[in-house]
Design a protein around this ligand. Structure first.
Ligand code: GDP
Ligand code: MN
Length: 355
């Protein structure tokens, strides 16, 4: 078996023994969820699951954001499930809508072209506002101002294993700034000019590119082209100060001005991932390999059997997972995590040696 997994299990055991129960998390951190009112039914079981698997021992607070007003029912039912303080925020108009430099006729035309190509969410305006918001604005919402770390949670996702140690503490103690569970290839059709726009930006600001970056995760040729790899941003545990930083703000503004959030369909996942891979030290990015996590149709599941047992994992083959997807996605061919593992020297399981 891969050495790294054995090692991580040993570390987990040591930490488990150290945990005192009852316990409460004391990091400067919050959960954050963007949701619509009509997603309540998908969100409640997700919150229950996060509480059972983690937060009922840590009691972190939870911020809910919406471009519309949350209903009373939403607020009541959500508040009843979270074991920490709950806050509801309305997204300001300037953070969710067309900037004045966008040609809305052109945007409409491009949506139709993309729809003809059968791309998912091709014709959706709200999806584009959402992606732009998650790229450039969620971290500017005043409710997040006082926090350093956040954990992003989406409706319908699941934690598949207990999270017995505090990931926020892990981030702080180890100087991590971006944490992910699943990585994957983007649909090229949604981002045809994203990489060229990024290259123009870093030509103007070569000083923003970290010397020990993770370019090898996102490019096969040292940065000439983008290989479409990105961290799946429906799960993120990250340091808000990274998004607040000058390089990221300027990068977002540059991308925004180019119009690609609307003329194409740039996702916050590739935007976050490219920024993290270029501007951070690769050692500041962390794969939470032992956080079992499901967002349809893929799951991240600890490879090591002892770790799965220790953490009471409901994976592989977790609840609600369609046949064919009921395996650990991390080292499958369509995942980029094998590439990540090779880059950082994390052991690859034998079955995935060629992925
Ligand atoms: P996918 O994961 O890319 O298929 O996209 P989702 O449909 O899961 O949306 C991503 C996140 O944005 C989820 O947390 C949704 O609840 C949220 N979201 C998407 N569209 C809207 C919207 O129009 N308004 C609000 N308030 N939230 C949205
Ligand atoms: Mn989703």
């Amino acid at each position: 078996t891969p050495q790294g997994n054995t090692r991580s299990t040993a570390v987990l055991r040591t930490i488990t023994e150290q945990i005192q129960i009852p316990y409460s998390g004391n990091e400067n951190a919050t959960f954050v969820t963007l949701s619509k009112n009509d997603e309540l039914k998908n969100l409640l079981p997700t919150i229950k699951n996060v509480e059972e698997r983690f937060n009922n021992r840590f009691h972190y607070g939870w911020i809910f954001l919406n471009d519309e007003e949350f209903s009373e029912e939403f607020k009541e039912k959500v508040t009843a499930e979270v074991s920490g303080p709950v806050q509801f925020g309305r997204i300001p108009k300037e953070h969710w809508g067309y900037p004045d430099f966008i040609d809305q006729e052109k945007a409409k035309y491009e949506r139709e072209q993309m729809a003809n190509d059968g791309v998912i969410y091709a014709d959706s305006e709200s999806y584009r506002h959402m992606c732009r918001f998650e790229s450039g604005f969620f971290w500017r919402h005043p409710l997040l101002d006082k926090y350093k770390y956040y954990w992003r949670v989406e409706p319908s996702t699941r934690l598949l294993c207990d999270v017995i140690t505090d990931p926020f503490k892990y981030m702080r103690v180890n100087g991590k700034k971006y944490g992910f569970t699943i990585s994957i290839y983007e649909f090229y059709r949604t981002i045809p000019t994203l990489w060229d726009t990024t290259k123009e930006f870093i030509k103007e600001h070569p000083e923003y590119v970290h010397k020990h970056n993770a370019i090898d995760f996102i490019s096969e040729d040292g940065g000439n082209s983008y290989n479409l790899c990105h961290f799946w941003s429906n799960f993120e545990i990250a340091d808000l100060d990274f998004w607040r930083s000058k390089p990221y703000r300027e990068y977002f503004d540059y991308l925004d001005k180019s119009g690609g959030f609307f003329y194409e369909r740039w996702g916050d996942a590739p935007v976050h991932s490219i920024a993290a891979s270029l501007f951070l030290d690769r050692d500041e990015i962390h794969w939470f390999d032992t956080i079992g996590y499901f967002h349809g149709p893929y799951q991240n599941c600890p490879e090591d059997e002892l770790a799965r047992k220790e953490l009471n994992c409901a994976c592989p083959a977790g609840p609600d997972i369609p046949q064919g997807f009921d395996i650990n996605f991390a080292f499958q061919g369509y995942s980029c995590t094998g590439r990540w593992a090779r880059m950082i020297g994390y052991p690859i399981p034998e079955y995935a040696a060629n992925n």
